[in-house]
Design a protein around this ligand. Structure first.
Ligand code: C5P
Length: 222
């Protein structure tokens, strides 16, 4: 049996996607960014001016769109139907609305269905909020990746400045804490450490340290 699923969950800005991509690359696993799927739906809903409070309308919209996570020579890209939305889904507008969009049960049920299908065959790394607790409760490896709010805001702040994008550290900190609050208190499949997940606090660790720690855990379980 060649199937192996690695679930990486945790709060916003803990480095999940960076780490998940590197782990996938080193082990030749498929990387699936579930947050990008919720972001792509949020982007589509904002474009079409769908009421973000209405879970049924959002689910109807989701049924009409194709979200594709592609691995190309340009790196990891996200397509909404045929449009490349890789950059757009990281906008402040999408980021501040994605937790509301993803809080609706009809939306989540459909997303979870798609994510399970993507993870069904072979060796995959999924990152998100509810992968270990809900999407893949039988994942062979579960990681809960955290870092202090200060550290997470600092990393995001430096990332934005490096890209030449204006950034307000205190505002970022508030936004991150607010998104954590929404994600961990929603009624359906909230952000939570699975009881069998290994918690890694990356506050004082480098990306490389975290990647190596996860690969060690994968090797133990293989
Ligand atoms: O991981 P990322 O920050 O891109 O996720 C964006 C948002 O999508 C999260 O803040 C959360 O509201 C939602 N999300 C979720 N479940 C997942 C992945 C993301 O609810 N599995």
């Amino acid at each position: 049996n060649n199937k192996m699923q690695i679930a990486i969950d945790g709060p916003a800005g803990a480095g999940k996607s960076t780490v998940a991509k590197l782990v996938a690359e080193k082990l030749s696993f498929l990387y699936i960014d579930t947050g990008a799927m919720y972001r792509a739906l949020t982007y589509a809903a904002l474009q079409r001016k769908v009421n973000l409070q209405d879970g049924n309308l959002l689910k109807e919209l989701l049924d009409t769109i194709v979200i594709r996570l592609a691995h190309t020579q340009n790196g990891f890209q996200v397509f909404l139907n045929d449009e490349d939305v890789t950059e757009q889904i990281r906008s402040a507008d999408v980021t501040s609305n994605v937790s509301l969009v993803s809080s609706h049960e009809p939306v989540r049920l459909e997303m979870v269905e798609r994510q399970r299908q993507l993870a069904e065959n072979g060796r995959t790394v999924l990152d998100g909020r509810d992968i270990g607790t809900y999407v893949l409760p039988d994942a062979e490896v579960k990681i809960f990746l955290t870092a202090s709010v200060d550290e997470r805001a600092k990393r995001r702040h430096e990332e934005l400045l490096a890209k030449g994008i204006a950034s307000d550290f205190d505002q970022l900190k508030k936004d991150i804490a607010h998104r954590d609050q929404l994600d961990s208190t929603r009624a359906f499949a909230p952000l939570k450490k699975a009881s069998d997940a290994v918690e890694i606090d990356s506050t004082t660790l480098s990306i490389q340290d975290v990647v190596l720690a996860i690969i060690d855990i994968v090797k133990e379980r293989a």
